[in-house]
Design a protein around this ligand. Structure first.
Ligand code: AMP
Ligand code: GLY
Length: 425
């Protein structure tokens, strides 16, 4: 049994805690769900000295970092300097997520397929380029913007407005001092998570998230309303193309550039006619993707994370269960724009069947009640022998939870289900 500190306060961290149960668990942040697995410690997750002090005070054998913000500001570097082993990339390697300009230059330098792009730091230059381009474009702030820094523009006017908001009005502060303007890629999105030790990797099943708040992929973007895995859009051929054309080149490129990548690399892809191109990298587990990927992993997760953290994955298992998994997010009134908090949650404490879960995200205890404390409140999910079975079981878990203003998508997995059902016909 090891002593683990998990940093973060979402469903991803609750899922990590569940998958690491049996070890002694502490959480930096945490929520009402993680409190039943271990000890929550209240602190800001990107407060590096506070995280290091906590890790040392509990003599953690391994610190697992959930969110990107502490990674980008160097929490892993600081932990290692203090002699504490940590799962996650160094700040130099975390630039793959922390700077879109770095990421795009890296992809071009190493010959990895992605959307054609230009970088701007001047709004007038960006406007001239957008006016001349005459095709659909995506405008992205360089730095971290809590998932809000990407504008998929349907008109040139919208792209120009996004560039001006970022570069002139600095709506994202310094994160928008530079922008990437890139071509809009058609196709279907999927993501690939690979756990890396700097050189070797263990690939997890391909997943698909649902970013828009409403059914049919309508409404504003969110952090993710549900996910499932494996995603059938990632055929064996696409998987091979991603591993050799993206993952291996990225690991070799990061080594060459003096910043070997350790931790979990989340490759966001657009797949068109079987050809994958990189949309983005994240340098941590996706949320909600982690909630479906961790239950499908069939090895010892602790061995996998320690192997990656210590630069040697040779003993880690790459086995995954021959099952499907699907999760849906139960969101608060007003999410994503202005989520309301403080609503009392009913039905979350009932016993769960094996192979199902009800993970906490924005929850806390207030007196005897469980109440909402964030936009994404709970994540219901399940495994199944088929995607349909995983879906039906996951929605049954969701049905018994009630809180005022609760909303969720009814169509998680719709693309894959349509694909599978078409093949059967
Ligand atoms: P990112 O934060 O880079 O993942 O972007 C957020 C979302 O914007 C992605 O998940 C895609 O849905 C969309 N997106 C980003 N870049 C592009 C692109 N070049 N073409 C089409 N959609 C994109
Ligand atoms: N679900 C997308 C993300 O974690 O960034």
């Amino acid at each position: 049994m090891a002593r683990l500190l998990i940093v973060g306060r979402g469903a991803r961290e609750h899922a990590l805690g569940r998958a690491l149960a049996g070890h002694e668990l502490s959480f930096a942040g945490g929520n009402a769900g993680t409190a039943s697995l271990g000890t929550n410690h209240e602190l800001r997750v990107d407060d590096v000295p506070a995280v290091v002090a906590l890790a040392r005070s509990i003599a953690a054998d391994l610190v697992v970092i959930g969110p990107e913000a502490p990674l980008v500001v160097g929490v892993v570097d600081a932990l290692e300097a203090a002699g504490v082993r940590a799962f996650g990339p160094s700040s130099a390697a975390a630039r793959l997520e922390g700077s879109k300009v770095f990421m795009k230059d890296f992809l071009v330098r190493h010959g990895i397929a992605t959307a054609a792009h230009r970088v701007f730091d001047d709004a007038a230059d960006a406007r001239r380029y957008i006016e001349a381009a005459d095709r659909p474009l995506v405008v992205k702030a360089d730095g971290l913007c809590a998932g809000k820094g990407v504008v998929v523009a349907s008109t040139p006017t919208e792209a120009i407005e996004a560039a001006a908001a970022m570069l002139e009005r600095r709506v994202f502060g310094d994160a928008g001092a530079r922008i990437v303007v890139e071509e809009l890629l058609p196709g279907e999105e999927a993501s690939f998570h690979v756990v890396c030790d700097g050189e070797r990797y263990v690939a997890l099943p391909a997943a698909q998230d649902h970013k828009r708040v409403r059914d049919g992929d309508r409404g504003p973007n969110t952090g993710g309303m549900g996910a499932y895995a494996p995603a059938p859009v990632v055929t064996d051929a696409v998987r091979e193309a991603v591993l050799s054309g993206v993952v291996e080149k990225t690991l070799a490129g990061m080594r060459q550039d003096g910043a070997p990548f350790r931790g979990v690399l989340f490759v966001g892809l657009m797949i068109e006619a079987g050809v994958p191109r990189v949309l983005e990298f994240n340098v941590r587990f996706g949320d909600p993707e982690a909630t479906v990927l961790l239950p499908l992993y069939d090895g010892d997760l602790f061995e996998l994370l320690v192997g990656a953290a210590s630069g040697d994955l040779r003993r880690a298992s790459a086995a995954t269960k021959d099952l499907f998994a699907l999760s849906l997010v139960l969101a608060a009134e007003g999410y994503p724009a202005e989520p309301r908090t403080g609503d009392v949650i009913h039905g979350a404490d009932a016993a769960l069947e094996p192979g199902t879960w009800l993970l906490h995200a924005g929850t806390r205890r207030a007196g005897g009640d469980l109440v909402t404390s964030g936009g994404r409140v709970l994540v219901a999910g399940a495994t199944g022998a088929s995607l349909r079975e995983a879906r039906d079981r996951a929605y049954r878990v969701a049905e018994r939870v009630r809180f005022a203003g609760e909303h969720h998508r009814g169509d998680i997995g719709h693309r894959a289900l349509a694909r599978v059902e078409q093949e059967v016909l």
